[in-house]
Design a protein around this ligand. Structure first.
Ligand code: PLP
Ligand code: COI
Length: 341
């Protein structure tokens, strides 16, 4: 298979049209068979549920070329489960988990020419998503839905690759208690746009959201969970019912414990404790692990001892082990790697 002529090493995190995408439609209470199609355009009624009341959710995954030349993806069963959770919370029909995984595999296989080569620093980002496609004008769930999967080759989510980030403690809230912070609803991202644009205008890379109820505990950023390292090398990650259960973070906790022999804690993290940590990182499919060098809370700066030039040593070990597993350099725990080709 001849790869496309793309400058893989200089790809940013953007949309790049690929050859095929998967589309399935839900009508009269059932999903159709679905198919891979060439047209990247979606045509829906002006009054579609997604356009009027934001009835949509999505997932984010990646396909990797391994050291020995296979194409694989990482823990797709967990994305399928999380999408099911999102759909239930948004009164959308569930796309069966086995069909979700098959649709992902088929879409990646059909776009093999766009899967970045091993060692290029790029990956193929996979975006499964669903939306209410039939018209609704009274506030209620749509009757018809579309489930789609597209792919796009990507480089690092943050410009500058692994250069430590500067984070702003946001004045805005991301998710309310008992709201939708724990699912991957499009609406969570729509309402974070003003906060991220404001943060970027002020020179920050990302926002740290605190819990909306008390504004005392660390939640997450707009697109990744936090991970901290204590001065005695313990891994600490915030526990909250209003953050997205990151698959990367859950995997890193296993990597830390079973591969690196580190102690791990998932617990409430008061913001006041953050200055005590030695390292900080953002973790997610897009972010992988992006190091944080500094957090600014209304003029008060916290700079981690790992500094502003490179990843902290423990963060680096986590990064190397996780990406080693994903790229086939390190043996994966049972069931983590789904071979596509
Ligand atoms: N938190 C938010 C708000 C996200 O959008 C994402 C991205 O998917 C994550 C965390 C990281 O989750 P995952 O590791 O499953 O990609
Ligand atoms: C991902 O990491 O896959 C996400 O969905 C985060 C998004 C902000 C790109």
């Amino acid at each position: 298979m001849e790869k496309k002529n793309i400058d893989w090493a200089n790809l940013g995190f953007g949309y790049h049209d690929t050859d095929k995408r998967f589309v399935a439609n839900y009508k009269n209470g059932a999903w159709d068979e679905g198919a891979l199609v060439s047209d990247a355009t979606v045509q829906i009624n002006e009054c579609a549920g997604v356009l009027q009341y934001a009835q949509t959710c999505f997932e984010g995954m990646k396909a990797y070329t391994t050291q020995d030349g296979h194409i694989v993806t990482f823990r797709p069963d967990l994305n399928a489960q999380r999408m099911e959770d999102s759909c239930r919370r948004l009164e959308m029909p569930v796309f069966p988990k086995e069909r979700f995984v098959k649709a992902v595999i088929d879409t990646v296989a059909a776009n093999e020419a766009y899967v970045p080569p091993y060692g290029s620093g790029a990956t193929l980002y996979i975006r499964p998503y669903m939306f209410g496609s039939s018209s609704v004008i009274g506030v209620k769930p749509a009757d018809e839905y579309q489930f789609r999967v597209f792919t796009t080759p990507v480089g690092p989510y943050f410009k500058g690759g692994v250069k430590p980030l500067t984070i702003k403690v946001s004045d805005f809230d991301r998710a309310a208690p008992h709201g939708t912070g724990h699912i991957k609803a499009g609406l969570n991202y729509a309402m974070s746009l003003h906060a991220i644009v404001t943060a970027h205008e002020e020179g920050y890379d990302e926002n740290m959201y605190l819990d909306a109820a008390t504004r005392t505990n660390v939640e997450e950023t707009g697109g990744a969970n936090f991970l901290f390292v204590t001065k005695d090398n313990k891994i600490v990650t915030p526990k909250s019912d209003s953050i997205l259960p990151s698959i990367t973070r859950r995997s890193l906790m296993v990597v830390a414990k079973d591969y690196l022999g580190l102690e791990v804690e998932e617990r409430v993290v008061p913001f006041e404790e953050v200055k005590e940590f030695a390292e900080c990182g953002l973790c997610g499919t897009a972010a992988v692990i992006s190091p944080v060098g500094r957090i600014v809370d209304h003029g008060r700066e916290i700079t981690f001892s790992s500094g502003m030039n490179e990843m902290g040593p423990i963060t680096k070990k986590l990064y190397d082990t996780l990406t080693g597993i994903q790229m086939g350099r390190i043996e994966a725990p049972e069931g983590w790697i789904q071979v596509i080709k």
